[in-house]
Each structure stands twice: as C-alpha cells, then as structure tokens.
Design a protein around this ligand. Structure first.
Ligand code: SF4
Length: 208
C-alpha cells in the first residue's frame, strides 16, 4: 500500500492485523470464493474504511468471486459495490459498521459468516480466534468468560491488547523502530474497541 491506499493485492498480507469479525469473513471468502449479502456488506465497507478505493475493491471482489464469469460479476455485484461507495443509486456514502451495529444486526444464519464472533460464535470458533493470538490459558479463559457475560467489546479489547503486543514484538524482532512509550499507552490501556476499523488502525500503528 502507498499513501494509505490499500490495493486488492494487499489484503492477504494485512488480514493478520484485522479484528476477528473481519478475519472470519476473509477466511470464508477465500475458502468458498463467495460471501452472502450481509457478510459482503460488512466486509467491503470495512475494506473501504481501511483505505481501499472503489477500483481496487472491484478488482479484489472480482478475483475473490472466482467462480463467476465477468458478466455475472458485473450484473450481480459491481453495481452494489459501486452503490456502497456512493457512486450509483441515491449516492449515499455508506460508512463502515461499528461494533454496536455488527453486534445488534440480524445474526448470521447457516452459511453466513457476518456478525461479531464474541456475540455470535461463542464456543470453538471463538476459542480458535483467541488461540490464534495467544496460548496463555488464563487469557483465553478470561476472554471466553467476558464474551459469555455479554461484554463483547471488552472481550474484543482484551484480544486486541494481546494482538497488539504480539505485532509490536514481531516488529521489534524484524528491526522496525519500536513505537514510543506514549504511543504504546495510547494504543492499549486507554482504548476500548468500539469499531473494527479502530482495531485495524491501532494495530497497524503498533506495527509501524
Ligand atoms: Fe469485530 Fe467489534 Fe466484534 Fe471486535 S467487538 S470482533 S471489532 S464487531
């Protein structure tokens, strides 16, 4: 990515910095070559929010839906995608969904992968998300318990802190400059995750 622009080819590299709700959508998109309507909407607005312009979005989604012909993609998806960027239709410029919106919208049904894993995927799927970031049993249990007690965003914030620490450590290991102490404070103790794009911005800040 250059000048904060996220290109279609950048996403697979950046996905490790995404919150669980978006990693989940990305994983299923890659597995199935498809996402259903609610998942598409949640994920493409997130990608828009991290800096993906509409031309890159059209490229990204065209390639991701590899089973479709160009004609099918144009007819079924390209218009809606441009619409979500405010280019078609009533020109509403749709903004990426907040955690509250994702948590309270229609829950995912069979074959759907949208929503918030802390709210909608408690159990092995959520445990897998946490284990991908830490093997510390106490932390895993703490986050699972927060989710069970319906403190979804607090649970996510704890996972965010673990993720950010891991990303900072790997940045140090690869010789990148460490974030200053003030930056580290701003990114951890003070922040409660209320938006998936906030998670990404803070973790990316820790990496740089
Ligand atoms: Fe995504 Fe927000 Fe749920 Fe975290 S709390 S997984 S950022 S919707």
């Amino acid at each position: 990515s250059k000048n904060g622009v996220v290109g279609a080819a950048d996403v697979d590299r950046l996905v490790n910095l995404f919150p669980p709700c978006m990693r989940q959508l990305h994983t299923h998109l890659r597995q199935d070559g498809h996402l259903r309507h609610q998942g598409r909407l949640q994920y493409w607005l997130f990608l828009k929010g991290i800096g993906m312009p509409v031309e890159e979005a059209l490229t990204f989604w065209r390639k991701a839906f590899y089973r479709l012909t160009d004609d099918q993609f144009q007819k079924q998806y390209a218009y809606n995608l441009r619409h979500s960027y405010g280019i078609e239709g009533n020109r509403t410029n749709y903004t990426p969904f907040s955690c509250m919106k994702i948590i309270t919208r229609t829950p995912p049904g069979p074959g759907e992968h949208h929503g918030c894993p802390f709210r909608h995927n408690q159990g092995d799927t959520l445990r897998g998300h946490i284990l991908s970031r830490t093997s510390d049993k106490a932390v895993v249990n703490e986050i699972m318990a927060l989710a069970k007690e319906q403190h979804y965003q607090l649970a996510c914030t704890r996972l965010f802190e673990v993720t950010q620490a891991a990303v900072s450590a790997s940045a140090r290991a690869t010789g990148l400059p460490e974030p200053g102490a003030a930056d580290a404070d701003a990114g951890s103790a003070a922040a409660i995750i209320t938006h998936p794009n906030q998670w990404f911005d803070l973790v990316r800040g820790a990496q740089e």
